[in-house]
Structure formats: structure tokens, C-alpha cells
Design a protein around this ligand. Structure first.
Ligand code: GAP
Length: 456
């Protein structure tokens, strides 16, 4: 099967209620996207699967839902107010703005990493290789300038006076600032983790390859607080856990690879990404970072509050080391859609598009299809019963073949057909999305049959 193109994914998403351009009737707004009825189900299921794996199934991980707007000092401590900027170049011909590192990586089709390059090195590469503007094709660049990535807003306090506040560019700071609250209130013992799923905002101006890079996105982040002596083992462990999560969601190992960072922050002991073979090439899907004691030490310094942990057995006091695992829900959604998309030639010259999603993240678990409208009573009964347990689709319009194709395109794993025999013997046909095999089972077994097959 040929690799899916981004255009095919974008078209499917638009036409089948998965993802629409943000503010579309006003001509859109760059790098914003709205999830439709089908897309919101898939994305919620992705987030649920992640939470189940990393929070629900791990007694040493605690969830949090921290405020998006934080005390601005948080961003001084994290270094974002000083350093969170991208190297940008403007095309003098068409006035479009690009990230210099992306220009290099796209031009080299991912074979050259600009991560460790200085601005001078990036400019030399772009000049030497005559990297042209991806928008207009001309070669006419301004020098590189640093472009701030945090969105600012203001909070009125007294009349006329306003304080700058920032839309958080990452969720993990909400985990660091709650380290003491959670450790004390939950009587947590190191090593333990704090996890959160929430929106982050970055003023990304580069065209984002659909939902790969957007200005508003959701992150699923986890910080594991540990002793420095055990930190490298925990780092390796999260690399494996992060990969296993993807494999269990149905990713092929051939489309995943670890990528160690070329350049480490001065405090970091190790950092690596998992790259996925996206339609536009290999790119970062998630990150696993060994952050040493940097984050808690900075918050201690800036807040004046001790971030030390008192070991109840040894009575030793220390600032824990942090291992971070971070993945974007929207970026994972794009990877999931790319991995699941299949075009298949069928017998008799027919063809179909099918999203082979893991049933746990499929938008609807079952489609209920009465063969004819005049026998829909039992179908409606079944819908009312099953929709109390999971998302169901009900469709009585068009030929049964067309209805199956519509379900295949949005990844519904099972379709149940109610036909004339159902009226006689209370059995139904249940069709498997991937194999297209059909079996006959008692109506009373449908719920159990599906529930057994949608677990993650
Ligand atoms: N707290 C660490 C952190 O935020 P990051 O590498 O900047 O690290 C982590 O982001 C993950 O968040 C990325 O691997 C990616 O999945 C996602 N992400 C980052 N920026 C994004 C954007 N502009 N749009 C969509 N997802 C993004």
C-alpha cells in the first residue's frame, strides 16, 4: 500500500466530520482547527487511553488539572519569558514567515537536523543550499530574527493598570508548582509522578502541516519525581512505556524510531524524542526528557518556597530529579489517522477507504443498520440499549453496501444489521470493519461481543 498523503487525510477529515479549518466561514485563522463530531470522539478516546495507561493503571501517578493562566513569575522561573523564541526568516518576495530550522529540515527531507545549529550556521546552510521559499519558490531571505512564542494577554487590576499574563505554552509548569501540594495531600512517596492533560498555546506562525503544529493544542504531560540515583533507569523505562503505548494503539514499529537530541540543555542528562513517519516525513511525536533538579530548583529560587522532599525512611532532604514524558494529543491524533488510513481494492473492482483504528479509540463502537426503514423498531431498541454503554451510530439511509463504506471511512469497528430474520429468530449480522467478515449472533449477545473487543 502506498503511504497516505496529507491531502487525503485533510479531505477525509473535512468531509467526514473529523476536523475542520478553524473559523472557516471567515476565511480561516492560520494554524487553528476545529474538531467535528467524529474527531472529538477520537481525540477524547486518545486522551482516555493515555490517562488509563499512565494514571489509572499506575498507583504512583497522580492527576492534576491546573489553571492555564499562571502567576507570570512561573514563566520567569521556567525561562520562557527570556528564552522561548523561534529563529524566523521572512521571504522578502511573498512576505511569508518561516522557521529557519524547519526550512532546513524540510529541504533535507528530515536528513539534516538543525536542532544544534546556531543562527549563523542555519543561515549558512540556507545560503549554501539555496533553500527556496516553500510558498513562492524565490530565494530572498531576511536575516534570522528571534520571534517570541508566548501569547500575552492582560489582566486589569486597578483602573487603567494592567498586568501582563501569559497563555501557558506547556502544561508541565502546573505539575511543578503543585509538587508540594500533591506530595503532602496524597502522602506521595518519591518516586511518584504528576500527570495532566490540557491546552497549551504557542504563537507558531509557520504553516503547520495540518494539526501537526498549531497555535492551540493539547498536551498530555507527566513529570516523574525521583532520586537522582534511580533517574536514568526511570528515563529508560519511560522511553519503553511511551513506545509500548504507541504499539498497543496499533502503530507499526517500522513507523517509529527513537531520536536522541543532538544538543542537550545545560542541566539535562539525556533527552530523546519518538519520531513517527508522518505523511510529510519523519518528525517528532513525543519527548522524554531527563531534566535533573532544574525545574524544582528554579521554582524554589523564584518562589522562595523550599521544594525539598523529606525522605520518611532516611530523613534525608533533597530536591527530586525530574523525568518528563510529553506528547501532544493533536499530534498523536494526526499520527493515529495517518497510521490507520488504508485504501483497499476489493473483489469485483470495488474499493474502499478504511480507518483501521484500535476499537478503543474508534469514534463510534458500533453502527446499527436496519436493512429497511420499516423494520427499524428492533434497531432503535438496540441503539437505546447500547448507547447507554458506548457511542453508537444509527444509519438507515442508502444501500447497505454504502452504509458499510461510510462506517469504514470513520473507523467504526462493528456494524450490526437488523434484517427480516431478526424479526423471526432475534439474531443479527455483525460485520467486522477490518476483515469484512460477517457472523450471525443472538441480539442479546451484541453488547457483550462489542464490550469484549473495545478494551485498551
Ligand atoms: N514540557 C515539554 C514540552 O512542552 P515540547 O517538545 O515543546 O516539550 C511536547 O512539546 C510535545 O507537545 C511535542 O512532542 C508535541 O507532541 C506537542 N507539541 C509541541 N508543540 C506543538 C504545537 N505547536 N502543535 C501541536 N503539538 C505540539
Amino acid at each position: 500500500m502506498s503511504k497516505v498523503t496529507m491531502d487525503k487525510i485533510v479531505n477525509l477529515c473535512k468531509n467526514r466530520g473529523i476536523i475542520f479549518q478553524g473559523s472557516e466561514i471567515y476565511g480561516g485563522m492560520g494554524n487553528t482547527w476545529d474538531y467535528g463530531p467524529v474527531g472529538v470522539e477520537i481525540k477524547n478516546n486518545i486522551k482516555r487511553a493515555w490517562w488509563k495507561r499512565f494514571v489509572q493503571e499506575d498507583p504512583s501517578t497522580y492527576g492534576v488539572d491546573a489553571a492555564i493562566l499562571m502567576n507570570p513569575r512561573v514563566w520567569d522561573a521556567s525561562g520562557h519569558t527570556q528564552n522561548f523564541a523561534d529563529p524566523k526568516m521572512d521571504c522578502k518576495s511573498c512576505k511569508q514567515r518561516f522557521r529557519a530550522d524547519n526550512l532546513i529540515e524540510d529541504h533535507s527531507k528530515g536528513t539534516v537536523s538543525a536542532e544544534a545549529m546556531t543562527n549563523e550556521e542555519m543561515e549558512s546552510y540556507i545560503n549554501e543550499h539555496q533553500v527556496k521559499c516553500p510558498h513562492c519558490g524565490n530565494f530572498s531571505w531576511t536575516p534570522i530574527r528571534q520571534f517570541k512564542l508566548m501569547f500575552e494577554t492582560s489582566r486589569g487590576t486597578l483602573d487603567g493598570e494592567k498586568d501582563v499574563v501569559y497563555l501557558r505554552p506547556e502544561t508541565c509548569q502546573g505539575e511543578y508548582v503543585n509538587f508540594l501540594n500533591i506530595q503532602r495531600s496524597m502522602r506521595a512517596k518519591v518516586p511518584f509522578a504528576i500527570a495532566q492533560i490540557g491546552k497549551s498555546f504557542r504563537n507558531e506562525i509557520t504553516p503547520g502541516n495540518f494539526i501537526f503544529r498549531t497555535i492551540e493544542f493539547e498536551q498530555m504531560e507527566l513529570q516523574k519525581f525521583c532520586r537522582d540515583t534511580e533517574s536514568m533507569n526511570i528515563y529508560e523505562d519511560y522511553k519503553e512505556k511511551a513506545k509500548q503505548f504507541l504499539l498497543d494503539l496499533g502503530f507499526s514499529a517500522d513507523n517509529l524510531k527513537f531520536h536522541d537530541h543532538d544538543k542537550l540543555a545545560f542541566y539535562a542528562k539525556a533527552a530523546c524524542d519518538i519520531f513517527y513517519n508522518f505523511p510529510m516525513g519523519w518528525s517528532e511525536l513525543n519527548g522524554i526528557h531527563h531534566r535533573s533538579t532544574h525545574d524544582l530548583s528554579r521554582h524554589q529560587e523564584f518562589s522562595g518556597k523550599s521544594m525539598q522532599y523529606l525522605d520518611p525512611i532516611t530523613n534525608e532532604k533533597y530536591i527530586p530529579t525530574v523525568i518528563e514524558y510529553s506528547i501532544g494529543a493533536d499530534r498523536l491524533m494526526l499520527a493515529v489517522l495517518s497510521e490507520a488510513y488504508n485504501e483497499e481494492e476489493l473483489e469485483g473492482g470495488d474499493s474502499r477507504v478504511v480507518l483501521k483504528l484500535h476499537p478503543a479509540i474508534a469514534p463510534y463502537k458500533v453502527a446499527i443498520l436496519p436493512l429497511q426503514k420499516n423494520i427499524n423498531e428492533k434497531a432503535i431498541e438496540l441503539y437505546n440499549q447500547l448507547s447507554k454503554k458506548f457511542m453508537c451510530m444509527y444509519d438507515e439511509a442508502g444501500s447497505i453496501g454504502k452504509r458499510y463504506r461510510r462506517q469504514d471511512e470513520i473507523g467504526v469497528p462493528f456494524s450490526v444489521t437488523i434484517d427480516f430474520d431478526t424479526l423471526e429468530d432475534n439474531t443479527v449480522t455483525i460485520r467486522d470493519r477490518d476483515t469484512m467478515e460477517q457472523i450471525r449472533i443472538p441480539l442479546t449477545d451484541v453488547e457483550k461481543y462489542i464490550e469484549e473487543r473495545i478494551q485498551f
